[in-house]
Each structure stands twice: as C-alpha cells, then as structure tokens.
Design a protein around this ligand. Structure first.
Ligand code: ZN
Length: 167
C-alpha cells in the first residue's frame, strides 16, 4: 500500500491552505449541510441559482485537507454550469475516485479534479473527497436534510460502476 502522502498533491495542498469561494453567500437561494462522520468533516454550501444555472457557490467547512480542497475545487468547477452539467461532472469524478483513479472516456473534462485520483486507494478518503459533491446535489435538489456520507452510497467498490472487486 502506498503512503497516504501520495494523495496530497500540490493542488490539494494549495486549495486546503487557501480555499476559494470560502464564506457565506449573501444572495443564496439554495443551501445544504454535509457531514462525514467517518472523518469528522463538516460542510455548509450556499448556492445562487439563476434559472437553471449555478451562478455562484460558496462554502464553509471544518475538516481534513481532502474535504476542504475538494469543496474549494468543486466551487470553481461548477460555477456557470447547469444542474445537468454539474451532475455529469460529479458522476465522472465519482467514477474516478471509486475506480483507483482511472478516468473514464467521454463526458466533461475533470481538470483539477484529477488531483484526487489517488484518493481511490484509500476507501475512507473517498467520502472526504465526495462530501462536497453530495452536499451540492442536496442543495440543488432543495433538500432540507443534512447529508451524511454514511447514507450516500460511497462504500468502496459500490459506486457508479455497479460494484468492483478491488481488494
Ligand atoms: Zn476527511
């Protein structure tokens, strides 16, 4: 097994140290909270929707470097996207982190999100990396429930690929 430090790529360290879009959003019309009990990551997302487009997203979080960096990079990635585009991006990102970092063909470009490819080797860290995305999904669905990763179906190997047999 590789060392955990392998997953702390420079882009992750940078976004953890200086999170983008951090703090509350004044004109939000959607918000959601997420919690990852396995690691203790907490997250609050504010979203401003304009018609079907995510015009602005900001977040507040306390948690590990992976969860904070993932939220920061996500807020940059989804700005200006429609709900469908954001969901397509999440699906591709999710496939990558549950499949040992393999990026699937087609679909939206992952860009900086590829920094999380190494997370797939650490099942517990998958939840840290996807917490912000599950929370975004909840905000976009206008759900009042707090998202917890225990209910989000992120068990290792049980992702969008329908279950894998990685050891
Ligand atoms: Zn975490």
């Amino acid at each position: 097994m590789s060392d955990l430090s392998d997953i702390y790529q420079e882009v992750i360290l940078d976004h953890n140290k200086a999170p983008r879009n951090f703090g509350p959003l004044e004109n939000q019309n959607r918000s959601a909270e997420g919690y990852n009990p396995l690691c203790g990551d907490r997250l609050r997302l504010d979203v401003a929707m304009q018609d079907d487009v995510i015009s602005e997203v900001r977040f507040e979080a306390s948690g590990c470097a992976i969860s904070t960096a993932s939220a920061s990079i996500m807020t940059e990635a989804v700005q200006g996207m429609s709900i469908e585009e954001a969901e397509a991006l999440f699906e591709k990102f999710h496939r990558m982190v549950v499949r040992d970092g393999a990026v699937s063909e087609g679909g939206p470009a992952l860009g900086k999100l590829e920094a999380f490819a190494g997370v797939g080797r650490f099942p517990a860290r998958v939840k840290c990396a996807t917490l912000a995305w599950h929370t975004l999904k909840s905000a976009l669905a206008d759900s009042a429930d707090v998202v917890t990763t225990e209910l989000a179906g992120d068990a290792y190997g049980l992702g969008a690929d329908g279950g894998s047999t990685h050891a």
